[in-house]
Design a binder for this molecule. Structure first.
Ligand code: GTP
Length: 920
């Protein structure tokens, strides 16, 4: 576990800056008092400088000994009522494959930390080294008192059990778990204990923090050093046996360290596949240090796996429930769960791990996993349905969807909405076309009707004009897709049966769908113009399926039509109206904020997102603030099916809406809200929710067995990309070009997100959660995105030439990329002032805002997160009046960019150097 510098300082009784400078002397990259320091570093600090620091602290405080504990450890469960007492666990004998028996749940006799609370690390580190571990295993570090002395080395979350950079005996260096003998009584290597993957170029401090800790750990099962294992920033050896790192995304072993690799995903990062960062990272793994070469043999992997399967010694301490209800939304993470039950997410990770599932604390878990965990811990987990979720979401804004405002007298009749279904080739499309051409309303003479997904027709029934809205995507797929989303777009189904063909399988299917939805049916017996037509037979056949023709005493109207000849169309429409009148109460309040459904939506190159909506109630007007699924906006224009502008759309009226910020999905509901801000808030919440649900789905249940089978199968993988560019054109071009890459079998490429603008923390989070690589095209990261990417081990690649991006991605996918140079970030400086000199050009008065600026570095200039100049050289670097070879963060300096004068105050100079990249 990582601890903060100030906590360490408190521990030693010295000021933060003393610890900072000691760490810097040790060569550790530490920024400030609030920076985190990884356990192995803490240990080294303690071992090498602990005495001196404490002495210094004691001197300062007048001989008072330094505090023993940095801070009170967080209790993971409420003190009261351990629900179930299970004796301290003992080692369990060999276990067959398959999920391990449930976690040994140990009641907590006192509110002591469950796994290791982060703050324990310094305490642990300052303890005298513990006795050698049972079995003679090298003890990578002392343990905290009271944190499970009885179960040495068995806590995968223990900060004290050796992390990536823990000094360790040479014997242990040969591949972690695989090399560790399974001595009885010795902690078996547990996937959770394996070294985390590393090898990326960023500062280890921040990265490590996220990697090693409970819940955030990425080190996966397996023993070999992960991606770029021994590399990393510090180039230290990784992976002590039983090393830290919660079970997480890292795959078993992360076998061939992809650290410097730019190889194909299948070979990178180990056999972990989907759930491992390694898989994808391997494809674009950043350089950063020496890389393990070659793949591990199947045997070694198998061995690792076997050991991985072995039950860990030591139980998981989680307070069991009493069958209480726990309501979780789709895609909740273990952290969310933990919060609800007052437990530590790390223990939940561990519990699941024992159940054979590898889920990190922050990752979205799927429904099954959440239910499983609930069952195990005796909680009644209730996954909130998407509809309920949305209802609750709207309720939180004091809104309601799907209700008419006012009372009965406010309701006015509205046209029925009709979907045409039937067997292939029975004439659905033809019928829709025929109806459109013959009966469309408000049609200018000669006007062409556009297909916007729905249109209105009119017919006269009993002397009054009656309108009908037809959804013009025929077939039951769209109908069921909408139903699956809880949306009922259809009031009546026209079931088309060709008179010459009779009832066919899809006729029945459509019939069943309509029945299941409780939607009345009108049968159109089509193609009656054909010589072999037998409309009577069709009636007889459908009777067998429960559709009794009215003329035979039933309640279903059958109408003979010929879509081709245009006969029977009015009768058909009349039948629809009569059926609606007989069985449905189709009324809506037209005088409220509009609500309804998105029938179809797409991105139009010229007009942006366009959506065809169907108003259910209320009246949609130009200028309304609208939220449609995860999209929102102000209605800029409303168009009807003739492409004509309309001012408003009343109930059952389909209209094309322009002005949305994004493309909603078919079946999403839409509603008008008070203002744009509210619309945005709702949309954002929905989007986040959708993302979580998607991630949960994608993450699936990755079991240890899955890992094994991927190992055996020789792993196919997918390279996921997130594209960010400076304009929608470039992003599209890049995506198009990527789609053209022939990646060959076993490797797939998928763009999971794209967008215009700087690379944001959200992009990084998504990449982290889905093991994607971010491609930045002429854009740079924003805010703490880089830091987060480093911490999360997310690879971001920057390009300014599409061709280069394509070439590299293609090469990496094909595993053809030759060793080459790669950029290593050095430091950034912000231009605070500009001094003009006739001799040397413009001098940028800068503040170094991160890292180190070195004189011989390469530089690029950023303005508002966009790259304005690339491949620049630092002409001179000065501190005060003197030339400097490097200037560190927090210091001012003067920089001249060789041959480049177009600088502005506020610009960022980003420096880097090219390091040779070694491929695995
Ligand atoms: N003679 C005759 N032919 C028709 C009639 N209606 C449709 N057809 C023909 O039947 C064929 C299929 O018609 P479609 O409208 O494409 O049928 P569909 O049900 O939409 O077919 P899918 O879209 O494949 O499910 C076409 O060649 C039409 O011209 C009709 O009333 N009489």
């Amino acid at each position: 576990m990582a601890v903060r510098v100030h906590e360490l300082a408190r521990e030693f009784g010295v000021e933060s800056k003393v610890v900072l400078s000691t760490l810097k002397d040790m060569g550790e990259y530490v920024k400030s008092a609030s920076s985190t320091v990884e356990a192995p570093v803490v240990r080294r600090l303690t071992e090498e400088h602990g005495e001196a620091l404490r002495a210094q602290g004691a001197k300062k405080s007048g001989g008072k000994p330094a505090a023993k504990k940095a801070a009170p450890a967080k209790a993971a469960a409420p003190a009261e009522a351990p629900a179930e007492v299970v004796e301290a666990p003992e080692p369990v004998a060999e276990k067959p494959t398959g999920p391990t028996p449930g976690p040994r749940v140990v009641a907590e006799p006192e509110p002591e930390p469950v796994a290791e609370a982060p703050v324990e690390a310094p305490a642990a580190a300052t303890e005298a080294p513990a006795a050698p571990r049972p079995g003679g295993a090298p003890s990578p570090g002392p343990r905290a008192p009271g944190a499970g002395g009885a179960r040495p080395g068995n806590n995968p979350f223990s900060s004290t059990q050796g992390m990536q950079r823990a000094p360790r005996p040479p014997a242990a260096r040969e591949g972690g778990a695989a090399a560790a003998p399974a001595v009885p009584g010795m902690p078996r290597p547990n996937p959770a204990m394996m070294p985390r993957q590393s090898g990326l170029g960023g500062p280890p401090t921040s990265r490590d923090q996220a990697r090693g800790g409970p819940g955030a750990g990425r080190g996966g099962p397996g023993g070999a050093p992960g991606r770029g294992a021994p590399g990393g920033y510090q180039g230290r050896p990784g992976g002590a046996p039983g090393g830290g790192g919660a079970p997480g995304r890292g795959g078993p072993g992360g076998a061939p360290g992809g650290g410097g690799g730019f190889g194909p995903p299948r070979s990178g990062g180990g056999p972990a596949g989907r759930n491992t960062r390694g898989g994808t990272q391997g494809a674009f793994g950043r350089a950063g240090g020496p890389v393990r070469r070659g793949r591990k043999s199947k045997r070694a992997k198998r061995q690792e796996y076997d050991q991985m399967q072995a039950p860990a010694i030591g139980g998981v301490r989680v307070r069991k429930g009493d069958g209480e209800n726990v309501r979780l939304t789709r895609g909740s993470s273990l952290s969310d769960f933990a919060e609800k039950i007052g437990a530590d997410s790390a223990s939940l990770v561990e519990v699941l791990f024992h159940l054979g599932e590898i889920v990190t604390a922050t990752q979205s878990a799927n429904d099954e996993t959440l239910l499983l965990l609930g069952e195990e811990l005796n909680y009644n987990v209730e996954i909130i349905s998407p509809e309920d979720e949305d209802r609750e979401l709207l309720e939180s804004f004091d809104l309601e969807f799907g209700e008419h405002e006012g009372d009965d007298k406010d309701l006015a009749p509205r046209p029925p909405v009709v979907t045409v279904m039937g067997h292939v080739d029975h004439g659905k499309t033809k019928l829709l076309d025929a109806l459109r051409n013959a009966n469309v309303v408000d049609k200018e003479a000669g006007g062409i009707t556009q297909s916007i997904g729905a249109y209105q027709v009119a017919t006269e029934v009993d002397g009054t004009e009656r309108r009908i809205t037809l959804i013009d995507t025929p077939g039951h797929e769209a109908f069921t897709a909408m139903r699956a989303r809880g949306a009922q777009a259809t009031d009546i189904v026209i079931l088309v049966v060709a008179a010459d063909d009779g009832v066919m399988p899809q006729t029945i299917e459509a019939l069943n769908h309509a029945k299941a939805a409780g939607v009345p049916i009108v049968v159109a017996v089509n193609k009656v113009d054909k010589p072999g037509a037998d409309p009577i037979k069709a009636r007889g056949q459908l009777t067998e399926y429960g559709l009794q023709p009215e003329e035979y005493g039933g309640d279903t109207m059958f109408v003979d039509v010929s879509a081709k000849a245009g006969t029977g169309l009015n009768e058909l429409l009349e039948a629809v109206v009569l059926t609606a009148d007989a069985s449905l109460d189709l009324r809506a309040n037209p005088d409220q904020n509009a609500e309804g459904l998105v029938i179809e939506a797409h991105l139009d190159r010229g007009r942006g997102p366009v959506a065809t909506i169907l108003v259910h109630r209320g009246t949609l007007k130009v200028g309304d603030s609208i939220v449609a699924g995860p999209a929102f906006g102000r209605v800029r224009a409303l168009l009807d099916e003739h492409g004509e502008n309309i001012e408003e759309a009343t109930p059952s009226r389909p209209a094309l809406v322009l002005g949305l910020t994004a493309v909603p999905g078919a079946g999403d509901n839409f509603m008008v809200v008070a203002d744009d801000r509210l619309a945005r808030q709702i949309a954002e919440k929905r989007e986040a929710r959708e993302r979580n649900a998607l991630l949960a789905q994608r993450s699936g249940r990755r079991t240890l067995e899955d890992f094994m089978s991927s190992l055996e199968k020789g792993e196919t993988d997918e390279l996921l990309l997130i594209l960010k560019g400076d304009g929608s054109g470039s992003v599209e071009a890049l995506e198009d070009a990527l789609a053209q890459i022939d990646v060959g079998e076993g490797v797939a490429l998928r763009v999971i997100d794209r967008g215009v603008g700087a690379i944001t923390e959200t992009n990084v989070m998504l990449a982290a959660a889905s093991n994607a690589v971010i491609i930045g095209f002429n854009v740079r990261p924003q805010g703490k995105a880089t830091e987060l990417a480093d911490r999360e081990g997310v690879e971001i690649r920057y390009y300014s030439i599409i061709y280069n991006a394509i070439e590299e991605i293609e090469a990496s996918l094909k595993g053809l990329l030759k060793p080459e140079f790669e950029e290593a970030q050095l430091g950034t400086a912000e231009i605070r002032d500009i001094f003009r000199s006739s001799k040397i050009g413009n001098i940028a008065g800068c503040m170094v805002t991160g890292g180190v600026i070195k004189r011989n570095a390469k530089a690029r200039l950023l303005r508002d997160s966009a790259v304005v100049a690339e491949n620049l050289d630092l002409g001179s670097l000065r501190r005060e009046k003197d030339d400097a070879s490097e200037v560190r963060e927090g210091f001012e300096c003067g920089i001249v960019l060789k041959g480049y004068n177009d600088i502005k105050v506020g610009d960022i100079i980003e420096t880097y150097e090219m390091r040779e990249k070694v491929r695995a």
